[in-house]
Every structure is written in structure tokens, then in C-alpha cells.
Design a protein around this ligand. Structure first.
Ligand code: AVI
Length: 323
């Protein structure tokens, strides 16, 4: 498929998903659409803001416990493929890559990302910053690319899925995802997942309700994206950001709330009506207990082999072995 055909397909899919979500009751959006160019930048700002702790916690684990992480994944032996789902700029994993290179470990790094720009960037920059790195970036859907990786080599696989991205799925979907991940692996292959833990509810809520209002802008940016890419007329000032955290379930959820009765037209279709105070569900960021992560491993066909925490014990990186 050429780039412009792909673009048209993506826009059509975006439109279908937005319409399905806004015609549903209650209304919802898919958080994967947060990440256009402006959304990527806002997410960078979130990661740098004082209240958003997950990135710093996981960075601390990768920077200060690199040897432990490396030893955990080397248990299965030398000569493996290190696959990273949603690699982004690979800042955290670079600590691990550097350590493995210094130890002269035989491995190939295969970052997978839905963004072609991310893969081009990693393919061109990492071999410069990490001389000797064997890198083979794959652009596409996670599971399609895992299949591709399996076709290209039959070496042992270690899959990284960092940043608490698994938290952006409800628990049942996370289970389904982990089972599917397991189905793409063979016994002895490994997964290293970053998972945000339950903690003081105020700490969690503050992370999604920063004082500077960056998370609010991050949520509103999706409406702006719909205006721009799908020819819609959302009035952003008529929506407010409403984050919640339920300590019982561990679900942190973000909503946009309509401040007035209003209608929005998307690409000339039938207007979408919003009642005053009606909400749109935007995103879940699920928090887990340690026991829940062990259960998640078990139900999806893995055995837990390691737990790595930051000093505050706010964040957990688990090492799972496929059984
Ligand atoms: C990408 N993901 C793990 C972030 C999270 O914490 O759920 C996205 C995010 N949304 C608002 N702040 C950060």
C-alpha cells in the first residue's frame, strides 16, 4: 500500500472509531488516538511534569538495576531477539541495550512501533549512540510484527512492554492481550512488563490531574485532532477534564464532560448531541497489586521470574517466562 492510500485508510478507520464511540451510550473515545504530533508533545510534557511519577520510577529501575534486569533476561541463555513493543524513543531500554553491548552479549534489538517515524528514528540514531548494536526496527501492529519477527529468526525471544502501557487496557483486555502475547511466543521465551502499582490514591489522582493542566490539554487535544482531521466543530472551551481514581478497583479513568447542551458535526454527518454534564470516557490507566500481576502472568501462560521495583515501590517491572 502506498503512503497516501495508507493515510486514507487510517483516516477512515479514525472516523469510524470516533463515530462508533460518540454514537454509543455512554460515549467513549479510544485513547490510542491521543498520539498525533501535538499529542506526542503533550505526553512528553506530562512525563516531565512534577506529578506524573510512572516514567521517573521506571527510569530509575532501568538506570539503577540494569545488571539485575540483564541477568534476569540472560537466564535463558545468549543469542536472543530483544523485541520492544511501542519502543518510543527507547530511553529506558537504552540502559539495558548499553549494558548488554558492554557485556558482549549476542542479541538483536527489534523495536516495534505503529509509527514509521519512530522506527526510522531508532534505526538511524541508535547504531550511532550505541555502536555495535544490531537493530532491526519493525513498523506496524504489535502482533503482526511479532509474527514477522518469528519468521525472520528462530532465536529465543525477550519482549519488552514498558511504561505501564498494559494499564491503558481494562483488566479483561489486558488478560486477553497477555494471552495473545503468550501465543506468539514459545516456552522459555520471556516478557518484561512495566506495570504501575496501587498506592496512595491522592498520588495517583494527582498524576492525572496536574496543576499546570497538561493532562487536560492532552485530553482536549483529541477533540482538536478530530476537528482538524475529520472536519468537525468541537468547541474545546465547552468541555472539561474530569479524572477519577477508584482505590478499590485500581482503575484511574479520565473523562471529558460537556459543560452545556450542544451538538457537534463531524464531516457533515448527523449531529452528535451532548447533554449538559454528559461525559465522554477517554482513557483508563489501570493500577495493579503485586499479587494481581502474578495472577495475570499465570492466567496468560507465564511464570513470574522476577520483580523489580523503584525505591518508593510505586512501579513494578516484572520478568515473566512463557511456560
Ligand atoms: C501511556 N500511558 C501509560 C499513560 C498512562 O499513564 O496511562 C498515558 C497518560 N494519560 C494521561 N497521562 C498519561
Amino acid at each position: 500500500m502506498n503512503t497516501s492510500t495508507q493515510q486514507t485508510t487510517n483516516t477512515q478507520q479514525f472516523y469510524n472509531d470516533v463515530m462508533a464511540g460518540l454514537q454509543a451510550s455512554p460515549k467513549y473515545m479510544q485513547s490510542k488516538y491521543f498520539y498525533d504530533t501535538a499529542g506526542d508533545k503533550l505526553f512528553q510534557d506530562i512525563m516531565n511534569c512534577e506529578e506524573y511519577y510512572p516514567t521517573n520510577c521506571e527510569m530509575e529501575i532501568f538506570a539503577e538495576q540494569t545488571e539485575g534486569l540483564a541477568n534476569a533476561i540472560l537466564v535463558g541463555g545468549d543469542g536472543f531477539d530483544l523485541i520492544e513493543l511501542g519502543a518510543g524513543d527507547a530511553t529506558k531500554s537504552s540502559h539495558l541495550l548499553k549494558h548488554l553491548l558492554n557485556k558482549k552479549v549476542d542479541f538483536t534489538y527489534l523495536p516495534i512501533d505503529i509509527s514509521g517515524h519512530v522506527i526510522d528514528y531508532l534505526n538511524s540514531t541508535l547504531p550511532v549512540t550505541l555502536p555495535g548494536l544490531q537493530i532491526n526496527g519493525l513498523n506496524g501492529d504489535y502482533f503482526d510484527m511479532l509474527k514477522e519477527a518469528a519468521k525472520r529468526s528462530n532465536r529465543r525471544k525477550v519482549v519488552l512492554f514498558l511504561g505501564s502501557n498494559v494499564g491503558n487496557m481494562p483488566v479483561s483486555a489486558a488478560e486477553k492481550f497477555c494471552k495473545e502475547l503468550r501465543n506468539h511466543l514459545s516456552p522459555g521465551d520471556m516478557a518484561l512488563l512495566g506495570i504501575d502499582l496501587k498506592k496512595n490514591p491522592k498520588t495517583i489522582l494527582a498524576a492525572y490531574n496536574d496543576k499546570a493542566g497538561i493532562t487536560k490539554r492532552f485530553n482536549l487535544n483529541l477533540l482538536e485532532r478530530i476537528n482538524r482531521e475529520l472536519n468537525a466543530d468541537f468547541n474545546l472551551s465547552q468541555f472539561d477534564h474530569y479524572p477519577t481514581y477508584d482505590p478499590e478497583t485500581g482503575s484511574c479513568k479520565s473523562y471529558l464532560v460537556s459543560l452545556v447542551d450542544q451538538s457537534v458535526i463531524i464531516n457533515g454527518a448527523e449531529p452528535i448531541h451532548f447533554l449538559k454534564n454528559e461525559h465522554i470516557f477517554m482513557e483508563i490507566s489501570q493500577k495493579y497489586t503485586i499479587e494481581q500481576t502474578d495472577d495475570l502472568a499465570k492466567t496468560s501462560g507465564f511464570r513470574t521470574d522476577g520483580h523489580f521495583y523503584d525505591k518508593k515501590q510505586w512501579f513494578l517491572d516484572v520478568v515473566w517466562i512463557a511456560v
